[in-house]
Design a protein around this ligand. Structure first.
Ligand SMILES: NC(=O)c1ccc[n+]([C@@H]2O[C@H](COP(=O)([O-])OP(=O)(O)OC[C@H]3O[C@@H](n4cnc5c(N)ncnc54)[C@H](O)[C@@H]3O)[C@@H](O)[C@H]2O)c1
Length: 338
């Protein structure tokens, strides 16, 4: 199949593109290479994909409707997986406009392309942050998620709503993924596993917000990719729910699906797993809780399992070891290249 992946130079988009290429698909990668974190890391990911004959890449901003349309036209995809976005919960307090630009205007532009190209399936990244501080755990796709705590979560919620309307009006089969704290090799420097591991390696204290009373449903990136790949052929069809857990809309071929491991870990477990993997102890510094942080996340996985027969299962210690091994190699390679 011809599959367009936006955000292909990003953490998750890179992993997905690599897997789709290995599975024999043609992949058109699109990415704006934004400077939210070091674009050299994005370029290094792209360099891994570039040797594949079935991979093409275009640098384009989601907000640039004209060039985005040209890039999608050139790609002519049957499937769009839209992962490009302004990510990050905390940065949305600093620069909320970036979220409006990329996740509202940009997401709308992608929806318009899905309509113009009459794609067989549009899949896009939403987030577990949508559940806010809901005490109803595990988070089910059937529960209302109307109380976001950050503009990041709100912008992703708006993306879900816009895509539902377009799906209804233009009969675009659409799946919104709600990802739960993804980690692994080639990860994001702004996220806890990378920040903690780097601080430990550099003998700096790690910053723990709110005394570490934070629980997250950490999901290993290979598991996430496996779930996404299995959801591509699970095309929503109006009026044909996949069982009682299905979030399928009554009026559109549209659903949301959690992708999480369904097993929360306390922040201290993450730190201990990094310490074990690196063979070094962390220096801890406790800071006040961060505004907008949710205390805990936990995915209900019944719907993912009903649709794909799969649920993520990589143990945290195993995934963290793979991440730390990769980070040490990557740091050695980039330091040698300086
Ligand atoms: N990593 C997680 O734990 C997590 C959790 C929930 C949801 N998500 C969502 O998954 C998707 C992928 O996240 P990721 O972790 O790979 O993040 P990432 O930042 O590594 O990747 C996003 C990519 O999108 C590109 N991008 C950003 N704004 C753009 C714009 N305006 N125009 C064009 N390209 C732009 C960036 O250059 C980047 O390469 C995002 O939509 C994110 O919100 C991620």
């Amino acid at each position: 199949m011809r599959i367009a992946v936006t955000g292909a130079a990003g953490f998750i988009g890179f992993h997905l593109a690599r897997r789709l290429l290995a599975d024999g698909h043609e992949v058109a990668g699109l990415d704006g290479m934004t400077p939210y974190y070091d674009p050299a890391l994005k370029a290094a990911r792209l360099a891994q994909l570039a040797p594949h004959a079935r991979f093409s890449f275009r640098k384009v901003a989601l907000e640039d409707a004209e060039n985005l349309a040209a890039a999608f036209d050139a790609a002519g995809p049957e499937i769009i997986v839209h992962l490009a976005a302004q990510a990050g919960v905390r940065y949305s307090l600093e620069n909320p406009r970036a979220y409006v630009d990329a996740n509202l205007v940009g997401a709308f532009n992608v929806l318009e392309q899905a309509r113009a190209l009459k794609v067989r399936h549009l899949l896009f990244a939403s987030t577990s942050s949508i559940y806010g501080a809901s005490p109803d755990q595990p988070f089910s796709e059937l529960q209302p998620a109307r109380h976001p705590l950050t503009l990041y979560a709100a912008s992703k919620g708006a993306g879900e709503l816009m895509s539902h309307a377009q799906s209804h009006l233009w009969n675009i089969p659409t799946t919104a993924f709600r990802f739960f704290t993804v980690y692994g090799p080639w990860g994001r420097p702004d996220m806890a596993p990378w920040r903690f591991a780097e601080a430990i390696l550099e003998d700096r204290p790690i910053e723990i917000y709110g005394a570490g009373e934070i629980w997250r449903d950490f999901t290993y990136v290979d598991d996430l990719v496996e779930a996404m790949v299995r959801l591509i052929p699970a095309i929503p069809s109006a009026g044909a729910p996949a069982g009682p857990a299905d979030s399928l809309s009554p009026v559109a071929p549209w659903r949301v699906v959690n992708i999480g491991r369904g097993e929360p870990a306390k922040l201290s477990e993450l730190i201990e797993a990094i310490e074990t993997a690196l063979g070094r102890k962390a220096k801890r510094r406790i800071s006040p809780p961060q505004r907008g942080d949710v205390p805990s996340t936990l995915a209900a996985s019944e719907l993912l399992e009903a649709l794909t027969g799969y649920r993520p299962a990589t143990p945290l210690a195993e995934g963290v070891r793979a991440f730390c091994d990769w980070l040490c190699e990557y740091r050695a390679a980039t330091q040698a290249g300086r």
